[in-house]
Design a protein around this ligand. Structure first.
Ligand SMILES: NC(=O)c1ccc[n+]([C@@H]2O[C@H](COP(=O)([O-])OP(=O)(O)OC[C@H]3O[C@@H](n4cnc5c(N)ncnc54)[C@H](OP(=O)(O)O)[C@@H]3O)[C@@H](O)[C@H]2O)c1
Length: 326
């Protein structure tokens, strides 16, 4: 890896392809079992060379899927600008080897047209995202959250039209409740724009998509499932077992607040850590292996603030089976 000169991807990047890639639902798309998210660590306030090094390491190891959203940063939009710079600096010639997603659904710009699920917002937001990322199209565009007021048909038709306009190849939804997911699946199927994937939070300490039947519905209907925050933003690693490190996400007191780590959760994390040690693994690796072992999972969508973290997390593709209930 040469951060000063031209980036050339590792010629061995697909050596582990058999272990690395999984089919996304009933589609033609293979996704890496580990995908890389740009929510944190890729914004305008993060060091570009570090972000760049993480993406090089990822791609050099077969991580072909980068996940973004209009509002990732900070500031909003800046993670997509980082992606745009990466396309210019390093990844332009690898465009057809990359699967890049973005989303719209949360507040992005002031006024009534910069939030939620209207056709007006989704269409304008994707146009902005494409400019920031220096892309002609995204591989996957998501409705980032369920909008309880906009008619589902409006949001879904906007997604279908975005595909017809050639601005996205596939569509997905994130954080939609089961009943709305069922509507989305049916509506899009009838318009020949099948729902490729559902993005939801599933990890050892948050099993809502499993408990609510979302994972089962996806598995039974040929829809992929990608798990975001698979390490519960870092809780499912050994980093918080003794203290809150000053360079951690929790110390920054943003999306991961110290009060989330109460005594009962800490106790549970310690038990998981002991279990991981018995398997000869880190807690992070075991936590990712557990997700990948669940029926219907296509990929775990990790974040990383260093190359070392990503390298550790990638070990989960050599998963050992779980012999005990966990
Ligand atoms: N659809 C949605 O609504 C939604 C919501 C959230 C996220 N997402 C997507 O999911 C992606 C991942 O989310 P996330 O960043 O919360 O994922 P995560 O993998 O649960 O957490 C990542 C963080 O955990 C720490 N970490 C990772 N590996 C580690 C290791 N081996 N050892 C110690 N610490 C480690 C790092 O934090 P430190 O900074 O402390 O080092 C890292 O930034 C996002 O980038 C985004 O693409 C989507």
């Amino acid at each position: 890896m040469n951060l000063k000169g031209t980036y050339t991807a590792d010629e061995h990047r697909y050596d582990n392809a058999d272990k690395m890639f999984a089919r996304c639902g009933r589609s033609g798309v293979l996704l890496p079992k580990i995908s890389l998210g740009f929510w944190h660590n890729f914004g305008g306030t993060d060091p570009y060379q570090r972000s760049r090094a993480i993406t090089h390491y990822a791609f050099d190891h077969g991580v072909t899927h980068f996940d973004l959203a209009n509002n990732y940063g900070p500031p909003y939009g800046s993670a997509e600008e980082t992606m745009g710079q990466l396309m210019k600096d390093d990844f332009g010639r690898y465009r057809d080897e990359l699967f890049i997603s973005s989303k719209a659904g949360y507040d992005m710009w002031p006024g009534p047209y910069g939030n939620w699920g209207s056709r007006k917002y989704l269409t304008a937001s994707l146009d902005q995202s494409l400019k920031r990322m220096n892309l002609e199209y995204v591989d996957l565009f998501y409705s980032h959250r369920y909008d309880p007021i906009t008619p589902l048909e409006e949001t879904l038709q906007a997604l279908a039209d975005i595909v017809r306009a050639g601005k996205a190849l596939y569509v997905g939804i994130s954080r939609w409740p089961l009943e709305a997911l069922k509507v989305a699946h049916e509506y899009l199927k009838q318009r020949d724009v099948p729902l490729l994937i559902y993005q939801g939070r599933l990890n050892l300490i948050d099993r809502v998509p499993q408990d609510e039947g979302i994972l089962d519905f996806c598995a039974s209907n040929g829809i992929g499932f990608i798990s975001f925050s698979p390490l519960a933003q870092g809780l499912l690693t050994d980093k918080y077992l003794k203290e809150i490190p000053s360079d951690s996400r929790m110390a920054r007191n943003g999306s991961l607040r110290p009060e989330m780590l109460d005594a009962s959760l800490l106790n549970r994390l310690q038990q998981y850590n002991t279990m991981a040690a018995r398997r000869g693994e880190t807690l992070a690796r075991m936590a990712l292996e557990w997700i990948l072992a669940q029926r219907g999972i296509t990929s775990v969508l990790v974040g990383a603030s260093s190359v070392g973290q990503l390298s550790e997390n990638l070990k989960c593709i050599d998963a050992k089976p779980f012999e005990e209930d966990i």
